[in-house]
Write a protein that binds this ligand. Structure first.
Ligand code: SIN
Length: 273
């Protein structure tokens, strides 16, 4: 098994290993690399849905996503799908999964089944590297702040985005969760400090004037938006990517109109932050 850094700020590639056949030692090395790098990209995997579920369960209990269409027969597996005639993709903006939950999903494990001939890459951003690169004044300004996250504007019945995604999303009536988390997170496993706000689900900084909150969030987003904190994953069929939702953002690019892209995602339970 070879684990190599994918970029300075986030991610590592894992090769020459079959995730169905991991020894305890290999799994321990992979787990350590996951919390070190924030995301792992396994190449050349062959997984049935049952094997995908089994691999996910090695990490913890499964956190079933309430809003994604489930793979028929597999409630644990969320479908990330765009058909050739659909214009809008799922996850096409910077976000981190489930930050609107009190205990956001620890990680997401995405398996590539059908990848367009070109395009459809996913960008990842490293939150610890982005935090470390802030100047001391900004670190001091945000150190005790909290932010509110929510999901109604994405998954709720009134969401324009949800309407455009159509029946690839379900349970609009169950949307509306909000949760408050620290803006600077001490990672529950690695202890590293990282930024924990994201353009997809963060609504506001708590106890701050709305204009000031908007301006501060935008400043942090512009900072994290710099290429130096990113890795671009070019998918191949059989890739299995997994990311730590407390340490990364991701963004599925929508530049493959007229082609199918189909992946299966399982999210793993996390802890209150
Ligand atoms: C997601 O946001 O979970 C989907 C990412 C992708 O399709 O690459």
């Amino acid at each position: 098994m070879r684990i190599t850094r994918a970029s300075e700020a986030v991610g590592a590639t894992v090769e020459d290993v079959d995730v169905n056949e991991l020894s305890d030692q290999q799994f321990a090395d992979i787990r350590a690399a996951f919390f070190d790098h924030g995301a792992l990209f396994f190449r050349d995997q062959t997984l049935t849905p049952e094997q995908h579920v089994r691999f996910a369960k090695r990490w913890g209990s499964i956190d079933i996503n309430r809003f994604f269409q489930q793979r028929p027969g597999y409630p644990e597996i969320a479908e990330v799908l765009k058909e050739p005639d659909q214009k809008l993709n799922i996850g096409g903006g910077w976000h981190t999964d489930h930050s609107y939950d009190e205990a956001p999903a620890m990680g997401s494990i995405l398996y590539a089944l059908d990848i367009p001939p070109t395009g459809g890459d996913t960008l990842f951003a490293g939150m610890a590297a982005a935090y470390e690169a802030l100047d001391d004044d900004m670190k001091d300004r945000i150190k005790d702040l909290k932010a509110r996250h929510g999901n109604a504007h994405i998954f709720g019945a009134e969401s324009k985005y949800r309407k455009a995604v159509g029946d690839r999303y379900t349970n609009a009536d169950q949307a509306g969760q909000t949760a408050v988390h620290p803006v600077v997170l001490t990672h529950p496993e690695s202890g590293a400090k990282g930024l924990y706000v994201n353009p997809g689900f963060t609504l506001e900084i708590v106890d701050m004037d709305p204009d000031e909150s908007k301006a501060l969030l935008q400043k942090l987003y512009d900072h994290i938006g710099q290429d130096r904190f990113h890795h671009r994953h070019k998918w191949r069929q059989g890739d299995l990517a997994m990311w730590d939702n407390r340490a990364t953002w991701h963004y599925a690019l929508n530049d493959y109109q007229g082609h199918r892209r189909y992946l299966n995602r399982i999210t793993i339970e996390g802890v209150a932050l």
